[in-house]
Design a binder for this molecule. Sequence first.
Ligand SMILES: Nc1ncnc2c1ncn2[C@@H]1O[C@H](COP(=O)(O)OP(=O)(O)OP(=O)(O)O)[C@@H](O)[C@H]1O
Length: 264
Amino acid sequence: MGETLARPAAAAGTVLPILDIAHVDKRFAFGAETITALSDATLRVERGEFICLIGPSGCGKSTLLRMIAGFEAVSAGSLLMWGKPVAGPGPDRGMVFQDYGLFPWLTVSQNIAFGPVARGRPKAEAAATARRFVEMVGLTRFADAYPHQLSGGMKQRVAIARVLANDAEVVLMDEPFGALDAMTRERLQEELLDIWAKARLSIIFVTHAIEEAILLADRVVVMSPGPGRIIADERIALPRPRDPTGVEFNALRRHLSGLLGSLH
Ligand SMILES: Nc1ncnc2c1ncn2[C@@H]1O[C@H](COP(=O)(O)OP(=O)(O)OP(=O)(O)O)[C@@H](O)[C@H]1O
């Protein structure tokens, strides 16, 4: 998958990060005012890392995600993918939305093949790509089903497979489990970790839930509002699967709660 993409070589002895965000500001014009949604954000993401962004409402989490996706331009600083400035949306970065954004009139396979077909791939090749990813996310039996025939978890898997079929190496997720009940959420967290491990993806995942961030992430990046800033970048070294009742898990929860609590 990712191996097929042309990638600039890093200077000898250094490893190029997949994302290199340096001193990024984002300002929006709002009537006569200017809102600074993000100030001096610096974040380096290595290939295959799972990053959770956490912070109170309005601290710029979605804005940062949208800039990585290329939906918004940076106002200052630099945002590089494999060393090249992100200049707009691209198939190498895929966004998974809370409602999964599937086309209801297309089957699972057709939803997944949509990107490759839209990019001009021959139909047979797009169908083969769809088959490969349908299998990877464990939906072979449902390849010809329509989205309304799937559970929430299955829809999420289709949404991820669709992003992967575009050769995405970075998957951007904006509170994808926010609207789900606790049990479904837990199952989807496990499934997401499974797909992430198989596909060697880099994931940037926005959440409001501290426990979800500690369960999933290699690093939890904490943001504060007014203007949005990155105030901490905590590495979670616990082995997976993680036990939310464990002593170290609880210590991390307390630490992150303390950081977030100090923001109110
Ligand atoms: N297009 C826009 N025009 C003007 N202001 C915007 C725009 N998009 C975001 N903002 C402002 O930027 C700030 C950060 O918004 P953002 O949606 O990134 O926060 P967030 O951390 O994702 O919030 P939430 O957790 O509530 O989703 C907010 O003050 C918001 O009002």
